[in-house]
Design a protein around this ligand. Structure first.
Ligand SMILES: Cc1cc2nc3c(=O)[nH]c(=O)nc-3n(C[C@H](O)[C@H](O)[C@H](O)COP(=O)(O)OP(=O)(O)OC[C@H]3O[C@@H](n4cnc5c(N)ncnc54)[C@H](O)[C@@H]3O)c2cc1C
Ligand SMILES: *[C@@H]1O[C@H](CO)[C@@H](O)[C@H](O)[C@H]1NC(C)=O
Ligand SMILES: *[C@@H]1O[C@H](CO)[C@@H](O)[C@H](O)[C@H]1NC(C)=O
Ligand SMILES: *[C@@H]1O[C@H](CO)[C@@H](O)[C@H](O)[C@H]1NC(C)=O
Ligand SMILES: *[C@@H]1O[C@H](CO)[C@@H](O)[C@H](O)[C@H]1NC(C)=O
Ligand SMILES: *[C@@H]1O[C@H](CO)[C@@H](O)[C@H](O)[C@H]1NC(C)=O
Ligand SMILES: *[C@@H]1O[C@H](CO)[C@@H](O)[C@H](O)[C@H]1NC(C)=O
Length: 629
């Protein structure tokens, strides 16, 4: 009998869904799930730890805490369990059908008064269940800046201190040898671990159109290739996908930190919205939370800690509704101020996108390509059968696996130094909303001074230029925003309405100038390298938009995307005097037994998509909590 590669893979896949017991019998994985609480009557009288939100960070920490069988944990998640079929890579029909929070931002004054959708995962697993599955971590300097915000960095909030947690957070599976050789995918396993149940792996297929796109990066001045995405450098590099290495399904907090652990001490309740954290009588410590499920309100006590992990958009809402936040905001909404903490909901950051449309038309002649999927029935049949038989072929590609992650000195070799000087000399506070608390303004000034240094570095990523083998360049993303927004409760309906998400994109005018240079870089890459021989076509900004002023006007009118789905910073880990919300142990200033663990604690954004950084933060937080730090 011959065993085909595909049936062997399926046997492996099935085996991995079964768990061997000590007696040698295999039991279906479902029998090993943590305890799903379906009704409030099933709750224990108290828990050691109660989590607000059951997303990326929460499930990671809950998994680690319940490794100790004597620790009881309750996770309360607003969203449902997602239909597993929606968690496939997008090309295979996944995403966009998962449950999302999806509401409108505050109209953006500098972007023609438009509102933009705020899109966030709303399910068990949070953003990790609905994201593009790209696994990045950014540069070492991003984290070294975090470490320098405090007088001492004794808890290791820098690259050196976080690297062990990046290694702990995901399980790296190398790319298939044939694909790695064909496409020159390099990697360095010394930056990765192999113990986690969250996988970073590789699609077994790439389109050949990548060849000229990757070659052209190397023709641009100051652009270097880096050997591994985890090395903490800037440059052009390959990066893996957050997916199971065999089944090529999404690997995320639900299947990596909940479904795979059977622990009676790990309770989770879906479709349950936390209204607020409850403090004890003198408001000095958190004692539990108030939540709504099936239209009824309940409370539950946490004997050790409440951990807020509602994501960078909803964590400030929950804190403010709990009476923890800027007094002015709370008073306007009729919420009694229990802890006046000016930084809650401030320091809001996002990665900024540009809606360019510069295609490399000659890529249409390099086959196969994405168009062949539509026009060539033979190719499409192969693609479908490859996916059906062993989950290979183009459908296994989730987002993409290579991009240029470039420092400002490569984006604008002639201007980066003057931009750095301008940033240093700015009156930073004048770019924040009127009436901003002086501590918050001081934190912003400190961050902008750090970023001026980063502007001169070869290793802080200022922009992502991802490439698509079928079309060429994709929307460039600015990775070090210079503007800061706000997320506050809506005074008209503080509990019921979504929070007021104000990106304030372009409020620091230097941000626009960096975006202009990014557009010019993409044009030089498309027209002045060997790609120039492959019929580049500039449909947006378009050939009539030439001067810096014209590009700036084009950006302002309709072409800035204020979000790349990476909200962060709204409960920042910074000193109180710099507008911080949590200290280096991630405890909220002024309240005992209350921590925040999610993307809100990032003082500033890494030059990377944020999922892998959130996993690393969560692993580090779990270690601190377990060792009573
Ligand atoms: C569309 C999209 C694409 C993305 N693409 C990528 C990518 O390709 N790569 C990458 O690295 N990152 C990507 N990201 C970002 C990444 O997924 C997030 O940064 C990360 O998941 C955030 O984790 P978190 O723990 O901070 O918050 P989340 O994972 O968002 O968890 C917060 C949870 O809290 C719940 N919640 C909120 N309020 C309440 C409440 N009051 N009561 C109870 N529960 C509540 C929410 O429903 C949610 O499940 C993407 C995000 C999105 C939305
Ligand atoms: C979000 O809402 C907008 C506006 O209602 C809609 O156009 C869009 O399709 C929604 N997106 C998702 C992913 O649900
Ligand atoms: C890989 O290297 C070969 C040989 O140098 C080159 O022809 C090809 O364009 C490269 N492809 C990619 C995707 O880097
Ligand atoms: C929840 O309660 C509100 C008002 O109390 C009512 O209008 C609504 O129908 C209820 N919903 C469910 C699902 O019971
Ligand atoms: C269609 O795809 C098949 C399989 O990839 C290929 O052999 C064939 O040349 C393609 N046909 C055309 C017209 O491009
Ligand atoms: C590239 O763009 C095409 C056309 O929009 C799309 O179908 C495809 O999924 C994208 N990704 C890759 C990896 O080609
Ligand atoms: C990009 O430009 C091409 C060619 O002009 C056009 O067909 C396509 O619709 C444009 N894409 C977007 C996303 O606007």
């Amino acid at each position: 009998m011959t065993i085909s590669r595909s049936s062997l893979l399926w046997t492996l896949a099935t085996a991995s869904a079964l768990v061997a017991t000590s007696t040698g019998f295999a039991i279906p994985r479902s029998a090993y799930q943590a305890h799903q609480v379906r009704d409030a009557s099933e709750l224990l009288p108290t828990y050691d730890y109660v989590f607000v939100g059951g997303g990326t960070a929460a499930l990671t920490v809950a998994d680690r805490l319940t490794e100790d069988p004597d620790t009881t944990v309750l996770v309360l998640e607003a969203g449902p369990f997602a239909d597993p079929a929606t968690t496939l890579p997008v090309n295979a029909g996944g995403t966009q059908r998962q449950p999302f929070w999806n509401f409108s931002s505050v109209p953006q004054a500098r972007l023609g008064g438009q509102s933009f959708p705020v899109l966030l995962g709303r399910m068990v697993g949070g953003g990790s269940g609905g994201n593009g599955m790209a696994a990045l971590r950014g540069s070492a300097e991003d984290y070294d800046r975090w470490g320098r915000l405090f007088e001492t960095n004794e808890l290791g909030w820098d690259w050196e201190g976080l690297l062990p947690y990046f290694k702990k957070a995901t399980n790296f599976v190398p790319p298939p040898a044939d694909v790695a050789e064909r496409f020159n995918i390099t990697y360095d396993t010394s930056y990765w671990g192999t113990d986690a149940s969250i996988y970073t792996s590789w699609p077994p297929f790439q389109y050949p159109g990548l060849d000229p796109l990757v070659t052209a990066f190397g023709e641009m001045p100051g652009v270097e290739y880096a050997a591994d995405s985890g090395a903490g450098r800037a440059g052009v590099y390959w990066f893996p996908t957050l997916m199971d290495p065999v089944k090529h399904e999404r690997s995320f907090a639900l299947n990596g930190h909940y479904e795979n652990v059977r622990r009676p001490n790990y309770h989770l309740m879906a479709d349950t919205l936390v209204r607020r954290v409850l403090l004890d009588d003198d408001a000095s410590a958190a004692k539990g939370v108030e939540f709504i499920t099936k239209n009824q309100t309940f409370t539950v006590d946490a004997t050790k800690e409440v951990i807020v992990s509602a994501g960078a958009v909803h964590t400030p809402k929950v804190l403010q509704l709990s009476g923890i936040g800027p007094r002015k905001v709370l008073e306007a909404a009729g919420i009694k101020t229990l802890v006046d903490l000016p930084g809650v909901g401030q320091n809001f950051m996002e990665h900024v996108g540009i809606a360019t449309n510069i295609t490399i038309e000659g890529l249409r002649n390099i086959h196969p390509n994405g168009f062949d999927l539509v026009t060539n029935a033979t190719f499409r049949e192969w693609v479908e059968s490859a996916w059906e038989t062993d989950r290979s072929g183009p459908y296994s590609i989730a987002f993409n696996n290579i991009a240029g992650w470039l420092p400002l000195s490569a984006i604008t070799p002639s201007l980066f130094e003057s931009f750095a000087q301008e940033l240093e000399a700015q009156d930073h506070a004048s770019y924040l909303p009127e009436g901003t608390d002086p501590t918050v303004a001081a934190g912003y000034r400190m961050q902008m001074q750090q970023l001026a240094v980063a502007m001169r570095s070869r290793d802080t990523v200022f922009a992502r230029f991802a490439v698509n083998a079928t079309l060429g360049g994709t929307n460039p993303i600015m990775n070090q925003p210079l503007s800061r927004g706000t997320i506050n409760i809506d005074a008209r309906d503080p509990f019921g309405a979504p929070p007021l998400v104000d990106y304030r994109t372009l409020s620091n005018p230097l941000e626009r100038r960096v975006l202009v240079e990014m557009v010019k870089w993409l044009r030089r890459y498309s027209f002045e390298t060997s790609l120039g021989g492959l019929r580049p076509l500039d449909s947006a900004p378009g050939p009539d938009v030439v001067s810096d002023d014209q590009i700036a006007a084009w950006l302002d009118a309709s072409s800035v995307l204020p979000s790349d789905y990476h909200p962060a910073g709204t409960a920042a880990m910074m000193p109180l005097a710099l507008g911080g919300v949590v200290d280096q142990t991630l405890r909220v200033y002024g309240v005992r037994r209350l921590r925040v663990v999610d993307a809100s604690i990032m003082p500033n954004l890494p030059g990377a998509n944020t999922c892998q950084p959130v996993y690393a933060i969560a692993e580090k937080a779990a270690d601190m909590i377990k060792s009573n730090v």
